[in-house]
Design a protein. Structure first.
Length: 168
């Protein structure tokens, strides 16, 4: 089920530290209990926090199905580079899942409480983190390809200014 050394060989310790920082920033910004970064088959690449009382090994295949659906939609529409965002609102938990069909990544946030922010702000934060992680895990770009890049991820200072990261 695992892709083997694909991610571990591409993630140096410095990159893994950057990935962990991105997940921790997202966790604090959204108020999540747990944040997971997984590959397309549901293999966990990195994690911050713990989702108590949840068997992630049961949930990860469901999230992988969402990733498969996103990829199929992209292929059917013709561009194949989509990002989809999913939200589950239960009586005890909120689960947010961001899927990048291009990089085959799943970003999962689990929270016990209703979101302290509006859902649109949560999606923005989730999407930007997913874009940044996709960029970290993709091959280096040529300089000409970088010139057209539009948005960059939020820094911790920007997240604090927007009220997404609580003051310490």
């Amino acid at each position: 089920m695992s892709e083997g050394p694909l991610f571990t060989s591409r993630l140096s310790s410095g990159w893994m530290e950057t990935v962990q920082q991105s997940l921790a920033t997202l966790q604090r910004g959204i108020g999540g209990e747990c944040v997971l970064l997984a590959g397309r088959h549901g293999e966990v690449i990195a994690q911050t926090g713990i989702a108590e009382d949840l068997l992630m090994e049961d949930l990860l295949p469901l999230f992988a199905e969402e990733a498969s659906l996103t990829a199929r939609l992209g292929y059917s529409i013709g561009d194949g580079t989509g990002i989809s965002l999913h939200h589950y609102e239960g009586s005890q938990r909120q689960i947010y899942v961001g899927v990048s069909s291009q990089s085959h990544l799943l970003l999962i946030v689990i929270s016990r409480q209703p979101p302290p922010r509006r859902l649109g702000v949560i999606w923005l934060f989730l999407r930007r983190t997913l874009q940044e992680l996709s960029r970290l895990l993709s091959p280096p770009e040529e300089p000409a390809a970088r010139q057209g890049r539009m948005a960059s991820p939020l820094t911790s200072e920007q997240a604090r200014a927007l009220g997404l990261w609580p003051e310490e």
